[in-house]
Design a protein around this ligand. Sequence first.
Ligand code: SF4
Length: 304
Amino acid sequence: MESRERTPEWLKKRLVVKSANLSATKKILAEFRINTVCESALCPNLNECYSRNKATFLILGPACTRACCFCSVEKGSPGTIDVKEPERITKAIKSLGTRYAVVTSVTRDDLPDGGAAQYAKVIRAIKALSEDIKVEVLVPDFKARQSSIEKVLDAGADVFSHNIETVGRLYSVVRKGADYTRSLMILKLAKYIVPRQITKSAILVGLGETESEVGQVMTDIKAAGCDILAIGQYMQPSKDNLPVQRFVAPDEFERYRDLGKRLGFKSVMAGPFVRSSYMAEDSYNSMEGKYNDGSEVAAVGGRG
Ligand code: SF4
């Protein structure tokens, strides 16, 4: 694929960065040897999020066993699991003053449970620090192993997230090693196992999909019972990643927001810089609607 367009004006991010906060966040993350997806994935929001003391923790090592072409996270053979990782993360959370923690990981196809047990330990460690801290986990597909999904759900995260990332037609190019139907199955299973579990997903646009295909993937994600959706512009993180095929204009994002509301998502964020973890707390707090059993979502949060 070749890049077709120059970066438009709306993608030139103008920021007032609080540099003292930014350095403090970096220092804390370095002190506790925390990997973040913010840095590993070369996220365009890093300065903004770090200057708000926000970061997304990347567990289970820095190297991923898959090689998705849109992602710049290091690929290769991951190391052994660090048993001290949950403790290091809770120390960082304490120092950062985090009230809403977002935890994700590399894909660990080398582990029999895909890393689910480590997710569970991290969630439990954060909740042991304070029950008031909300935890959102963004998990890999665990090859749709129900036992792995159950292990994570049992630990009691407030939001269980799995990103569909792109439309089904582009999986063979963008997400080699993943499967569209299997990824939807993760969301379906989570909702099936714990009907009151808040679930979330995200997609990136600008990878070669059409607007109607985005509508279809949104419909599929909703049919999987998903509550929160995030849609953002793909930006090529490095020259080794797929080039951008199209810069999606703000009015198209607005149409996705409108469609998301019509489809019945409890919260939809759509915009050029939106990522799954971007403003995750705001996205969680802005949920509207009811659980499957009819109770209001805002009153409960997480599993009931
Ligand atoms: S959007 Fe998410 S991944 Fe990007 S910098 Fe913010 S917290 Fe990190």
